[in-house]
Design a binder for this molecule. Structure first.
Ligand code: IVH
Length: 693
């Protein structure tokens, strides 16, 4: 086997990349022949996969190597596992949801407030159908399609260029004039008619039946054999962009028009709305039309039309402030509730779950639904044996809406909520101000331990390939994993035990251990999120990482903050976005001995990267800023998000750690304190000048 170089393909010269590619291609072709034609493979699947992956990586970095005769384009590449990873230069974000008129109204109000618009200032909104497919990002260089990727976790997706090339709505070259670098984003979908035909065909062939068009589209795009994808009539609507080397429009509408001239499809049902009334009218019209469309839509996306407004509005956490998805109402179905089980979650919460006679709701078979909590069961008086109405909306967990009283069997008994954990037997208590009852067993409770492990390996956390919820549960049950640090000790402590597991060959064990190894290097914000601390989601984890920078600085600060009278605690509460309740959960977590032990172990086993300030050559990067008094030309939230976008931290009070105070009229004690401490203080105009450079 060729000695595999591991040089980053991006850094290879075209000549060296070409030479390595040619060598690999030849080798892969020879293996293909041995495998497919002679039935006599000379390398293991894992070795073959490694070669193939390297080939794809080279092609991802040097797209002109992906010639028609490359094995990557060939039918019969099905032995390859997985796709090369692609980092999105501009992250692919998600959207906040609106579930009714009121939410949409608030969305508009928020925008007007943020931009300081008067009620009679125009605010155009583009309303686009929300296509229920898969989002992709397509990169064009010099007008030529060079790379296409799935969304993945938003930062990193999979290179599915070859499959995307089979889609007619994706031009190979952009028509007309376009900037040198263009990244188009849109939704790939399978038309409903094609979905029905596909399933009929699958059934006839005894092959897998797809639950809905979205799953079928996903299955088709992630085909390793491009010829299979080519047979599925996938389509795409373009609606957004990633990296662009030049501006192409001043409005979202202008953008949609522009991409149409390049050869993409824009959704013909998109329109501009000038008011909430028009938005609601359009929503009603689209709901009526929905059943007659040849593709699934699950809502309407609203986007601020003016791109300069979008720019000012920016992002909150992982979603734009300038867009929202207005979801269609949940789809409902009726079924029998067999029994009510109690599940114990990561933080010990006892959640009642309804076990149902399986039923299809909105194209998906549902056999479990949540009943939320104790009060909810009492309020709805749902009992085992009841006929119930259930609903699901988008990706949310199906819910029990209500029981149909007339159909209740005579012997159905009211549910008694347990006051002990059904898994570990510890007492389950309910705080006065809380709706949930929690197991007090902590990590001695196997359910909590497993849920924490599941969270730790989940997609937005460590995202370890091959270590999903099922495997984590099994490895925990067999005593191979007790806490997150054990994951990184599997190879040393349990390799033999892994190899003995039923159905786990040498290859799958190697793949798993390699996937684990690849994740030893992790960013601080991802790491903090992965710990699964109550109330510490991705946004809060990022705030903490941004504020404290490195794991050791964060831990030192948390230890010091245990003293509620001290500065460290005040600093923690000063982080805009962290209140007393979050602080309480955070400090309780780091106070526990076993958590501290796990943190020590992980620190030793991993390479945790300090928080990288967003790339910014601004003089504000890394600085701590306090806004005080009234701002007249921009709102406080606009000023704050602008500061954060430039890499600064925004704090609520002035201390010796403050670098800059922006004081508007009416600034009182904070401006005074800044003066005492000799901290640079500027007014709003000074601020605007500083950030507009
Ligand atoms: S815009 C930064 N427009 O919905 C905003 N998304 O919940 C990026 N989607 O991941 C998204 N139709 O997969 C946008 N007309 C549309 C859309 C759309 C469907 C999907 C997309 C995205 C998800 C967000």
């Amino acid at each position: 086997m060729t000695d595999q170089t591991h040089t980053d393909p991006e850094t290879l010269s075209p000549a060296n990349a070409g030479a390595e590619h040619a060598r690999l291609a030849e080798e892969i072709r020879a293996h293909n022949v041995s495998y497919h034609q002679k039935d006599a493979p000379v390398v293991s699947d894992a070795e073959f996969d490694a070669l193939f992956r390297r080939l794809l990586e080279l092609e991802a970095a040097h797209p002109d190597l992906a010639t028609e005769d490359s094995p990557s384009q060939a039918v019969g590449a099905e032995a390859a596992q997985g796709f090369a990873k692609v980092r999105h230069t501009v992250p692919m974000l998600s959207l906040g949801n609106a579930f009714g008129e009121e939410d949409v109204g608030e969305f508009l109000t928020r925008i007007r407030r943020f931009l300081s618009l008067d009620a009679d200032d125009a605010l155009e909104i583009v309303a686009e159908p929300k296509i229920d497919g898969l989002s992709v990002s397509l990169r064009y260089e010099g007008g030529t399609f060079v790379r296409g990727a799935t969304r993945g976790d938003g930062n990193e997706g999979e290179d599915i260029t070859a499959n995307l090339r089979t889609i007619n709505d994706i031009p190979d070259t952009l028509h007309g004039d376009a900037p040198d670098i263009v990244e188009i984003r849109g939704e790939v979908y399978l038309p409903r008619s094609a979905f029905r035909a596909l399933n009929e065909n699958q059934e006839a062939e005894g092959a897998k039946i797809f639950a809905n068009p979205r799953n079928a589209a996903a299955g088709s795009l992630r085909q390793l054999d491009t010829s299979v994808t080519a047979k599925r009539p996938l389509r795409m609507f373009a609606y957004a962009w990633g990296e662009m080397s030049a501006d192409v429009a001043e409005t979202q509408w202008g953008f949609l028009d522009r991409v149409e001239t390049w050869g993409f499809e824009k959704n013909p049902l998109s329109r501009i709305c000038a008011s909430l009334d028009e938005i609601i009218e359009n929503y009603a019209a689209m709901s009526d039309q929905r059943p007659t469309l040849d593709y699934d839509i699950d809502g309407i996306v609203y986007k601020v039309n003016r791109l300069d407004f979008q720019q000012r509005l920016g992002f909150v956490s992982r979603a734009p402030r300038w867009a929202i998805a207005h979801k269609f109402p949940a789809e409902q179905a009726t079924t029998i509730l067999r029994e009510i089980d109690i599940q114990v979650g990561r933080t010990g919460a006892l959640t009642p779950v309804a076990r149902l006679e399986p039923v299809t709701v909105g194209g998906v078979v549902v056999s479990n639904a949540t009943l939320h909590n104790e009060d909810e069961i009492n309020r709805k008086d749902v009992r085992a044996g009841d006929t119930v109405i259930i609903q699901r909306a988008g990706d949310v967990i199906p819910q029990v809406v209500r029981a149909i009283a007339e159909k209740r069997p005579g012997d159905a008994k009211a549910f008694v909520f347990p006051d002990h954990c059904p898994v570990c037997g510890s007492e389950a208590v309910r705080d006065e101000d809380e709706a949930v009852r929690r197991c007090t067993g902590g990590l001695i409770c196997p359910a909590q331990a497993v849920e924490r492990l599941k969270h730790f390996v989940s997609r937005n956390a460590f995202d370890i390939e091959g270590l999903g919820a099922k495997n984590v549960t099994a490895l925990h049950a067999d005593g191979l994993l007790a806490n997150p640090a054990d994951i990184f000790r599997l190879e040393k402590n349990h390799k033999a035990a892994l190899l003995e597991r039923e159905g786990w060959g040498e290859q799958s064990v190697d793949n798993l251990l390699q996937a684990i190894d690849e994740r030893r290097n992790v960013s601080l914000d991802r790491f903090i999120y992965a710990l699964g601390i109550r109330q510490v989601g991705q946004a809060t984890a990022r705030l903490l990482a941004r504020t404290y920078g490195s794991l050791s600085d964060w831990r030192t600060a948390m230890a010091a903050a245990q003293d509620r009278e001290g500065d460290a605690y005040a600093d923690l509460l000063n982080i805009d976005g962290i209140g007393e309740s979050v602080a309480k959960d955070l400090l309780a977590f780091v106070h526990e001995d076993h958590n501290r032990q796990v943190l020590d172990d992980l620190d030793a086993l991993l390479d945790i990267q300090p928080f990288e300030q967003p790339e910014s050559d601004s003089e504000l990067a890394g600085k701590t800023i306090v806004f005080t008094g009234t701002l007249e030309k921009m709102t406080r939230s606009e000023a704050k998000s602008r500061a954060e976008a430039l890499g600064a931290k925004v704090s609520g009070s002035v201390s010796s750690k403050t670098d800059l105070v922006v004081a508007g009229p009416g600034a009182g004690s904070k401006a005074k304190k800044a003066a005492e401490l000799g901290i640079q203080t500027i007014d709003e105009d000074g601020w605007i000048e500083m950030v507009s450079g």
